[in-house]
Design a protein around this ligand. Structure first.
Ligand SMILES: [Zn+2]
Length: 139
């Protein structure tokens, strides 16, 4: 297994404490084993991903989920018009918001998302019952 100098690329003999060419200390030489550099690359990639995740978490930290707000608004409007359609949208958005908060735990709006789902269900039931009452009154 040969080692090369990190600075000048000179191939080092086993047991060399210093690079024969440029004098760099052996601590600064790298193993040339392919497995080592692959692991090093994986570490660099992991670090990068972790930094990105941290940055994303901080971007949502303390902010109320826009998806949850949208779902809640849909659920409220759905109480008055288009209950089935808006109810389904409200439930979908509420569930999406809750799912998003599993990843970004600092994000706010869990109550809104839960309310969107609950009111969304009520929208759909209300719309069906309302339609049944209207149809029942017609005949
Ligand atoms: Zn060297």
């Amino acid at each position: 297994m040969s080692r090369t100098c990190k600075y000048c690329g000179n191939v080092l003999e086993d047991g060399d404490n210093f690079c024969q060419k440029c004098g760099a200390v052996a601590d600064s030489v790298q193993d040339n084993e392919p497995g080592m550099s692959a692991q090093a690359n994986a570490n660099v990639t992991n670090n990068f991903n972790q930094q990105q995740n941290t940055a994303n978490s901080q971007a949502y930290a303390g902010k109320t989920s826009g998806i949850a707000i949208g779902g809640f608004v849909c659920s409220i409007v759905g109480l008055f018009v288009a209950g089935v359609i808006l109810g389904i949208i409200a439930i979908s958005l509420g569930a999406a918001a809750l799912n998003h908060m599993k990843t970004f735990t600092e994000e706010k709006g869990k109550g809104l998302a839960t309310a969107a789902i609950a009111i969304g269900v009520f929208d759909i039931i209300g719309a069906i019952v309302g339609a049944a009452l209207i149809v029942g009154n017609l005949f």
